[in-house]
Design a protein around this ligand. Structure first.
Ligand code: HEM
Length: 126
């Protein structure tokens, strides 16, 4: 049959929902990140990140159906993201990923992706 996707291998929706939820709990308390979010309610942002990550790792393609092409760098253009913001984002995500207890090889693969993706979202040098 069809080879198992990364999404399925790590536990599917439940796993991704837990990671993204834990991430946004950290964001809510983060003095660097919280002010960047335009809306008081972080729920819609949480759902968008969840849909995006599920799609990226081989799950349902709901993100693109609802939001179109990701164009993430462009969508982050309005938010000043330098090394400080990148590091804060990764700090929050690190807690979330570590608590998900993925098999080591999967954890490493996901973490490499987040480091690369967060760095590529930077749009200022300070
Ligand atoms: C949206 C901040 C990195 C994925 C947003 C928003 C902010 C933000 C303020 C708007 C919230 C909203 O949708 O209402 C940041 C900062 C980052 C970062 C400071 C630091 C590097 C990343 C990374 C990813 C990501 C690494 C993916 C791996 C998304 C997605 C959206 C989003 C999918 C929603 C896009 C849409 O459909 O409108 N981000 N982000 N972000 N971010 Fe980030």
């Amino acid at each position: 049959g069809r080879p198992e996707t990364f999404y399925e291998a790590v536990g599917g929706h439940e796993t991704f929902a837990a990671i993204v939820h834990r991430f946004y709990q950290q964001v809510a308390d983060d003095p660097v990140l919280r002010p960047l979010y335009p809306e008081e309610d972080l729920g819609p942002a949480e759902l968008r990140l969840l849909m995006f990550l599920e799609q990226y790792w081989g799950g349902p393609q709901t993100y693109s159906h609802q939001r179109g092409h990701p164009r993430l760098r462009m969508r982050h253009g309005p938010f000043p993201i330098g090394p400080l913001e990148r590091d804060a984002w990764l700090r929050c995500m690190r807690v979330a990923v570590d608590e998900a207890d993925l098999p080591e090889e999967r954890r490493r693969q996901m973490w490499e992706y987040f480091e690369m993706a967060a760095t590529s979202m930077m749009n200022k040098a300070w």
